[in-house]
Design a protein around this ligand. Structure first.
Ligand code: HEC
Length: 134
């Protein structure tokens, strides 16, 4: 009986963890992007939003992140840039987005075999940006 209860609890946990990614992160990320990022980075991510004019440095072309990184999309670095903890020196230009760091967390593999609880909205944004890579 006990074993059954434990198995049941494990199944529930697994279901809860599995549910979060199935909530379509790309769609959530696209909506967040249009709300928080498109003003500077442009609706297509090319760095040509209406608020980009006069910014120095100019907003990055987010469709070329993988290309700039030898063909690999660096999801963890991208999330670090967005959440303001990245040491990339542009925190003054790009605001830190508190609303993106709030809300539920999901487990994200930040290093090989290392799962880190990460704000779901950040993961969603990174998933969306990955779809923009040319
Ligand atoms: C106020 C304008 C502004 C807004 C809004 C903004 N950014 Fe940026 N972003 C910049 C600028 C400027 C840079 C380039 C800084 C540099 O080159 O040092 C940048 C760089 C980046 C980079 C680094 C790209 C690379 O390869 O180096 C990423 C990723 C990024 N932004 C994502 C986002 C996301 C996602 C959002 C929305 C949550 C966002 N940005 C909102 C101005 C903005």
């Amino acid at each position: 009986m006990r074993a059954v209860t434990i198995l049941g609890a494990m199944a529930l946990t697994a279901a809860a963890v599995a549910c979060a990614p199935r909530a379509d992160p790309v769609r959530e990320g696209r909506a967040l992007y249009q709300e928080y990022c498109a003003g500077c980075h442009g609706t297509q991510g090319r760095g040509d939003g209406p608020a980009a004019e006069g910014l120095d440095p100019a907003p990055a072309d987010l469709t070329a992140i993988a290309a700039r990184n030898g063909g690999t999309f660096p999801a963890v670095e991208v999330m670090a840039t967005i959440d303001g903890y990245g040491l990339r020196g542009h925190a003054d230009v790009m605001p830190v987005f508190d609303p993106l760091l709030q809300g539920p967390r999901v487990m994200f593999e930040t290093d090989e075999g290392v799962m880190t609880p990460t704000p779901r909205r950040l993961v969603a944004l990174a998933a969306y940006l990955e779809t923009l890579q040319g």
